[in-house]
Design a protein around this ligand. Structure first.
Ligand SMILES: Cc1cc2nc3c(=O)[nH]c(=O)nc-3n(C[C@H](O)[C@H](O)[C@H](O)COP(=O)(O)O)c2cc1C
Length: 223
């Protein structure tokens, strides 16, 4: 019985992508937590790309505290949350730590903090760091992950961009004879399309935005 439970747990643990609804090569908006060299917990929003069940890419600017912390400790926790207050405070709060100490607890397998209230966590060890003058590309090895009890859908900007594009298209159709109104909306959709291809490179969202383009083209308003 114990053995079966262990095997079930192992299978459960293997399938990170499906358990967390993550798609390879999509960019997900998360909160990275790390320790400073003085062991102060730090939190910062970062987009992450999941490559497969073992590998993740993080791209902090070299100027960020997060980058310095990862370079020092060679690890970080990826926290998934819907709490926009946490996104806001961990971007702009000038105090240190940016979030109260009691928001953090120690990760299980690495020397990094994690957010107690996150919906899911991925613990990452650095496998390799590539960098140019301004930004690093950190290849991370997933060493542990867990998910709470709340049903979970990771944040991907493509969802909102497609929704906005649908709304704008209804306005474009409504005002098709008023080019002054139509032009900025078409330009916005073109910009969203470029972003969608970046953050959600395959699947339903790119298909929908292609169809939106077709609807606007058929009205002769795309160019
Ligand atoms: C949704 C979101 C995603 C972000 N993604 C990144 C990112 O991938 N890399 C980066 O360097 N900064 C990113 N930022 C900006 C950093 O979070 C911001 O500069 C932060 O203040 C860095 O904090 P730190 O210096 O404590 O690391 C993002 C911000 C937001 C709101």
């Amino acid at each position: 019985m114990v053995e079966i439970l262990k095997i079930n747990r192992r299978c459960y643990k293997i399938n990170l992508l499906s358990k967390l609804n993550l798609k390879p090569n999509y960019i997900y908006e998360t909160i990275l937590t790390t320790y400073t060299e003085d062991n102060i917990p730090n939190a910062a929003p970062m987009g992450i790309i999941i490559i497969d069940n073992q590998t993740v890419i993080i791209s902090p600017f070299l100027s960020t505290q997060t980058y310095k912390n990862i370079e020092k400790h060679r690890c970080a926790v990826i926290n998934f949350t819907y709490d926009l207050e946490i996104f806001f405070q961990s971007t702009f709060n000038p105090h240190r730590p940016k979030l109260p100490f009691q928001f953090f607890e120690k990760a299980t397998k690495i020397n990094a903090p994690r957010l107690k209230k996150a919906i899911a966590w991925i613990e990452v060890k650095v496998r390799d760091i590539q960098r140019n003058e301004i930004r690093a590309r950190i290849i991370g090895e997933i060493v542990e992950w867990d998910i709470g009890t709340i049903p979970f859908q990771p944040i991907n900007r493509g969802f909102n961009l497609v929704l906005e594009s649908i709304v704008h298209t209804t306005r474009i159709i409504e005002f098709e004879n008023d080019l002054e109104k139509v032009k900025p909306l078409v330009n916005l959709i073109k910009q969203y399309q470029r972003l969608i291809k970046k953050v959600a490179p395959s699947g339903k969202l790119v298909e929908i935005i292609k169809q939106i383009q077709k609807i606007i083209e058929e009205k002769g308003l795309w160019n």
